[in-house]
Design a protein around this ligand. Structure first.
Ligand code: LFR
Length: 434
């Protein structure tokens, strides 16, 4: 009997429980549970329903045990930057979602205390208005931090609820914008300068650490017992671990709600050129994930919801269009617009002909995304002084043949599309220690 492991991978639009095991040297996976996730708009703010996420985490564990009573261990990864503040070990609500605009007002103040160039030289983390550093400062201004006794990133919170052990995991911690790229620990100078309590940002723990068994009440509810392990809890860190590369470390594109295009590097690049190009140095499993955030399938997901057609139908529609005008997918206006289609039409109308039909709109999105991948690849070659000839694409987006072809066209590189659940695979690999 092969040993079974459970990966719980939660993204901005869905979560899934995936059981994995080794069979004749090959990692096999089976999805045993899936649930929807989405940001909630409450009183003009964007929030996560953390209680419902935890309820679904438990439901899925119960399903996994129902099918596989013996599971060696489990772990959880989620998107990055968001966190739970705790008082008396209870969440301080709301748990804000990163697309919320509350950070806008505090960004200039943070940069007046610590200019962005200084932050980048310390952390190597690219500017994103939603980085935890700005969210925490917004919490400080709102008096929420004052009440808080503890701080856990979302996966750490969910893991703690399962096993009772609080751990701070290195890869996800780097996404806060508070971790020093050289020491790989929270940066005391940044914490002090911003008045963030050092006690809430203790030593970091490496992925692969065993936290302990499920709490007795959780095990009883789930119908089984297992060990809780800390994987690379940032989903992108797990995804990069899960992408098999034939030889060496070629550039990757983790293509989901976000498109993360980058390469594994042995050490961080925190030069002013890298800062200007806004590449990030996130923590990886024994390397740096040098990458750029590109707005990604989020744009397509929003338009798909608006049009009420399937992703496959969108691809078919695009094929009927010859409209290939490009817009800048990374503009802040596409981060959380009320009406994505209208926002894109408006952006294109500002510089020329607007798309006349839905087919034109969709075709323009695919071209604009792939164009942006090409630009990011070239910038990455320029800043690192290295050259590559391939791009590995994994995640949901890898299944889109049209987008893959356009990506090959705009990057001028050989595209290796891997229609695999790279994130769950990476999560499992850390648990299996392979
Ligand atoms: C992808 C991801 C990105 C991060 C963004 C926000 O799911 O984790 O890596 O920049 O979500 O957390």
């Amino acid at each position: 009997m092969q040993k079974k492991y459970l990966a719980i991978d939660i993204g901005a639009s869905s979560g899934r429980h995936i059981v994995g095991w080794m069979e004749n040297g090959v990692l096999r996976t089976e999805e045993v549970y899936r649930f929807p996730n989405s940001v909630q708009r409450v009183d003009g703010h964007l929030e996560w329903d953390i209680d419902s996420l935890f309820a679904n985490v438990k439901n899925g564990i119960r399903e996994a045990f129902a099918k596989y009573p013996a599971i060696e261990s489990l772990s959880i990864d989620t998107w990055a930057v968001d966190y739970v503040l705790l008082k008396n070990d209870q969440p301080i609500y709301p748990v804000y979602a990163y697309r919320d605009s509350r950070t806008q007002a505090v960004i200039p103040e943070v940069h007046s205390i610590l200019p962005f160039e200084t932050l980048y030289a310390h952390t190597g983390i690219q500017f994103q208005p939603f980085n935890s550093i700005y969210q925490l400062y917004a919490d400080k201004k709102a008096g929420r931090l004052e009440q808080a006794e503890d701080f856990l990133m979302i996966p750490e919170y969910l893991l703690w609820k399962l096993c009772g052990v609080k751990a701070r995991e290195y890869t996800n911690a780097t996404s806060t914008g508070l971790v020093n790229a050289q020491t790989k620990e929270y940066d005391p100078e940044i914490l002090k300068a911003l008045g963030l309590p050092e006690t809430m940002f203790p030593k970091l723990t490496a992925p692969g650490t065993v936290l302990g068994p499920l709490k007795a009440d959780i095990a009883a509810e789930a119908g089984g017992q297992t060990n809780v392990v800390l994987c690379a809890t940032h989903d992108t860190a797990s995804a990069v671990e899960g992408i098999p590369m034939e030889q060496g470390d070629a550039p990757f594109l983790s293509s989901g709600t976000w498109s993360l295009l980058g390469v594994k590097l042995a050490s961080p690049v925190t030069t002013p050129e890298s800062c200007k190009a806004n590449f990030t140095n996130e923590g990886g499993v024994g390397y740096i994930r040098y990458l750029k955030n590109i707005m990604g399938l989020w744009i397509i997901q929003c338009v798909q919801k608006q049009l009420g057609i399937s992703f496959a139908e969108m691809v078919e529609l695009a094929k009927t269009s010859t409209y290939t005008r490009i817009f800048d997918v990374n503009e802040a206006r596409f981060s959380a617009p009320q009406d994505m289609s209208a926002e894109i039409r408006a952006a294109l109308a500002e510089t020329g002909d607007a798309p006349a039909t839905d087919a034109d709109l969709i075709n323009s999105i695919y071209h604009s995304l792939a164009y942006c991948y090409g630009e990011a690849y070239r910038e990455m070659e320029e800043v690192t002084g290295q050259h590559w000839d391939k791009l590995y694409i994994a995640g949901g987006g890898a299944k889109n043949a049209t987008l893959n072809e356009l990506t090959a066209h705009y990057t001028g590189k050989q595209v290796v599309a891997l229609p695999i659940e790279a994130t769950a695979i990476g999560n499992l690999k850390i648990q299996m220690n392979i």
